[in-house]
Ligand binder design. Sequence first.
Ligand SMILES: [Zn+2]
Length: 473
Amino acid sequence: MSEKLYKCECCHREFDEEEYQMTLDKNKCIFHCRKNLNNNWLVNEIYEKNYHLQDDYENAKVRWNQHYIRLFWKKFIDDLSVQQNDIEIENYIFPIYWILQYQHDSILNTIKDKKIRFNNCVFLDYIFLENQKIEKVEIKRFSFINGCKFKKSINFDGLNFIDGITILNSNFENKLNFFNCNFNYLFEIVNSCLNELNLINIKTQKSIEINYNLEKSFNLNIYSVNINELKISGNNLNDLMFQSSKIKKLHIDDNHHKLINYIFNKIEISEKSEIDNLILDNVKVNEYLLLDTYLKEKSTMIKSKFAKTFFNNIKFSGITDFSEAEFSDNVNFKLCLFGEVLFRKTKFLKGLDFSNSSFYKRNIFLGIEVNTTNRETARIIKNSFEQQNNIIEANKFYALEMKEREKELSWKNDFFEKLIFSFHGLSSNHSQNWLLPIFWIVFFGLLNSYFQPLNFYTMNYVDVLYKEFFVGL
Ligand SMILES: [Zn+2]
């Protein structure tokens, strides 16, 4: 008598009694069955109370039925190895996967050179697909599409994706990490729900696109990467951090109709990052940090709005464009070196400080609005206008420079200089107000005539007119 066989309603694969004992579901195979405490896949619940406190990798291992897990991955490898290179995996429910368990090397060997599409799969626990050898393992292509769900962190480490990777309409409840991976083709994450995305030590000659991931706000951390082009467009992004990274073209925007008036919490570029082309397209940022960074060719931050800013040790080489940008808090460009820079119609609603910056090329300040500044900053802006023969604008900043100089002087230590500056300010607002000197001439003229003794014999009719009119005689 032949052994009783069951048939999976998802993949129509027949399975035997032994497999049925693991699934406890006559209509679901080992790949498609639910995996929980009831059918003995789990020893401890994944989502117990206060779980986050002890939710680490080591704890995760022991909550699974080790025997079942081993069998699952063995069957998975066996199944993949007999398939063609283009594989579709649909509606699978995956248990935990971690390194050096379940014939780890063989899984990397099996998926090597294959294109695998995960369609609407659930990953219940950690997936750590890691290659610890120096030489990267080549994978043709991975796609996660159509509602894949990742309940815990997923790590890809030491892999070389020949044809890139696509993540589309998927849900990550925890971290998505790529460490030490290369992408020889497009790497894209589109229309997905992310929690935290970490790209660490990544190399790509092509582009990475992170677009329209809107469902939940997420953080993006990029460390020590070498990327040709990175486009971050229309995402519900909270914090965005780049450290020690080389990027040829970096484009960040909030271009999605669901993100009207969207404000990024923080954008940080730091730790010797080098960016050839930086485009911040009309974005609003609560905290914008540029620290120890080299912006090589072109940086445009046109029409962007920044609240708090921290600029320190930045080389703005090439062309930098802050046109029509708005800074609502004090801005101090500390130790910044500017090439050609445009501050056309830029608004500094509080203070602006260039006193620790150097400008070595043409700079445009036309239409700049500055609330308060220091003398050196006013002098730099004045010099720029003078070089362009814009005397009217230059004079405005000359007056500002003089006012700031006057503030620096004290009556105690610089009495005469302070006196001269005060007099200059009082008499003509540092040559800016031509009505003021006229006012003073008329004022003193009147004062003089008021105190002159009344002598009708020597008075001419103009004197009489004045006295009648102003003094009421
Ligand atoms: Zn099945």
